[in-house]
Write a protein that binds this ligand. Structure first.
Ligand code: NAD
Length: 511
């Protein structure tokens, strides 16, 4: 087997050849082996990327909407044609099963498709004769160089939440992907080049905290989109805005699924298992807290347990696997530690994922795409009788651990969700339309599902949570994305006609 591959930056339309002082390890989570070394950017490489993006902006902002849309259409075709390759890269470095990786590419593509409509999205308003002989119209113009900083859990989709619209709006872009699974970003960069995007419009700097700090402090960057954990989102928002940048920073989550006593319990159990353990629970919209309104708790946990027993955990490359490994060894250990702390704090370990079989995890099978006993495995787990004081409830675990809390009433369930510091996603399961409608109105969360456990909005709506799940006012993609990546201008114009004339020092009013 060949040694670890070098993964570097993409600046000014080509891979970086300047080397790096330090690098990070990239793993195959199914085997635990190091498969890549990713260059970690310093301020110098961030400077080079911003310089390339600044130079490209001068022309890109003037490129016609028709031409921009044509490049986006080509990019869309190329991403579609290379979806399998992109998904394979995601599986190789993140570990998620390949069907799930293909799903994230498909959801990212929806934003590209939305951005293809940029000529329509950037249409302004026009009012004739706002005052006698005076017309007004509005424009939205690009900001300049904008940056995106993204998490490990969606290495293709989350960057695609950002750059298609940013670029379509006439900005140039610097992406700083997660250092844990950096390769998808480079395939996307080469597809942009093939689609005809001018050099320097899309750049990638690989790196960790040092590169993020260089982005936040860089005077040449006008705006930053961030997606990641809440502490880093808060940091990025405060440092970025202090430096005068426009910032949207999406943070972590603790998503509650409320099951009312009249719900279809089979539907609810299917949904809890799918949304709790899909992508090994490493989704910002994963259900991590199940709130059972009694008396359904015992029955629901029984049905969930039965379904978990049938789940096939194994390497993401095996099409029969339903759940893959976690992203790194330390992350797996941290997630598993909540099983012990939960029990210590009084919860019941209803399902212990440490005992779940890993199928295909045979040592030495890495070269054929199989797993290894050294991979970062943890099976689906359920902690029952969880209370809001326990750390398994208060912390974002970000792994395959479902915490079940039981409450006595609808009101208690809503109160529990509403005091949570997070407000990303939530779902209610019920057959009562009136109860569902009341839940939608009363719940303090940005994205709500009714009998739908992962209510990720389509690209033409905007994605984002409330409270500590989002810092800033603007959600990503949809029309809010267009607003984030542009600034408004209103023009008031008069073309002289023979009736003009006279000085007036009064404030302009319509006449
Ligand atoms: P993370 O916060 O550790 O990293 C996110 C990005 O910030 C990465 O690019 C990373 O290199 C950088 N970074 C990490 N630590 C930093 C530091 N101290 N200073 C500056 N930059 C730093 O998040 P992660 O572990 O990659 O991703 C998982 C988290 O992302 C979870 O909390 C999850 O809920 C969240 N997430 C949220 C959404 C959402 O839409 N709200 C979507 C996906 C993931």
């Amino acid at each position: 087997m060949s040694g670890p591959e070098t993964i570097t930056h993409w600046i000014a339309g080509k891979p970086w050849t300047g080397g790096a002082a330090t690098y990070g390890d990239v793993y195959n989570p199914a085997t635990g082996q190091v498969t890549g070394h990713v260059d970690l950017a310093t301020a110098a490489e961030v400077d080079a990327a911003v310089a390339a993006a600044t130079a490209a902006f001068a022309d890109w902002r003037k490129v016609s909407l028709a031409r921009r849309a044509a490049i986006l259409f080509s990019f869309r075709e190329l991403v579609k044609a290379h979806s399998g390759e992109l998904a394979a890269l995601v599986t190789a470095e993140h570990g998620k099963v390949v069907s799930d990786a293909a799903g994230e590419v498909a959801r990212g593509l929806e934003v590209v498709e939305f951005a293809c409509g940029i000529p329509h999205l950037l249409k302004g308003g026009f009012s004739e004769n706002v005052s006698t002989g005076v017309d007004s119209y509005s424009l939205r113009q690009p900001l300049g160089v904008v940056a995106g900083i993204t998490p490990f859990n969606f290495p293709a989709m989350v960057p695609m939440w950002m750059f298609p619209l940013a670029i379509a709006c006439g900005n140039t872009f610097v992406l700083k992907p997660s250092e844990k699974d950096p390769s998808a970003s480079l395939l996307l960069a080469s597809l942009w080049a093939e689609a005809g995007l001018p050099d320097g419009v899309f750049n990638v700097v690989q790196g960790a905290k040092e590169s993020v700090d260089a982005i936040l402090g860089h005077p040449g960057i006008a705006a930053v989109s961030f997606v990641g954990s809440t502490p880093v989102a808060r940091y990025v928002y405060s440092r970025g805005t202090m430096a005068g940048k426009r910032v949207q920073a999406l943070g972590g989550a603790k998503n509650h699924m409320v099951v009312l006593p009249d719900a279809d319990l089979d539907l609810a159990a299917d949904a809890a298992v799918s949304a709790g353990f899909g992508s090994a629970g490493e989704r910002c919209m994963a259900i991590s807290a199940l709130v059972a309104v009694e008396p359904v708790g015992d029955e629901l946990v029984d049905r969930i347990r039965t379904r978990i027993k049938r789940l096939r955990v194994g390497p993401g490359t095996d099409e029969r696997s339903e759940m893959g490994p976690l992203v790194t060894g330390p992350h797996r250990d941290r997630v598993a530690s909540y099983l012990d702390s939960g029990v210590r704090e009084g919860a019941t370990l209803a399902v212990d994922g440490r005992a779940h079989p890993v199928i295909g995890a045979v040592p030495g099978a890495a070269e054929t795409g199989g797993g290894s006993a050294e991979g970062f495995w943890l099976g689906p787990s359920v902690l029952d009788h969880v209370t809001t004081a326990m750390s398994c409830y208060t912390d974002e675990i970000f792994g395959p651990v479902l915490s079940v809390a039981r409450v006595d009433s609808y009101e208690a369930a809503v109160a529990m969700v509403n005091v949570s510091r997070y407000g990303n996603g939530t779902a209610v399961f019920t057959n009562d339309g009136g109860a569902a409608r009341r839940f939608v109105s009363e719940i303090e969360v940005g994205m709500v599902g009714v009998n739908v456990p992962i209510p990720v909005p389509m690209a033409y709506y905007s994605f984002g949570g409330w409270k500590s799940s989002l810092f800033g006012d603007t959600h990503v993609h949809g029309t809010e994305g267009v607003h984030f990546y542009t600034r408004g201008k209103v023009v008031t114009s008069r073309w002289l006609d023979p009736s003009h004339g006279g000085v007036s020092l009064g404030f302009p009013v319509s006449s």
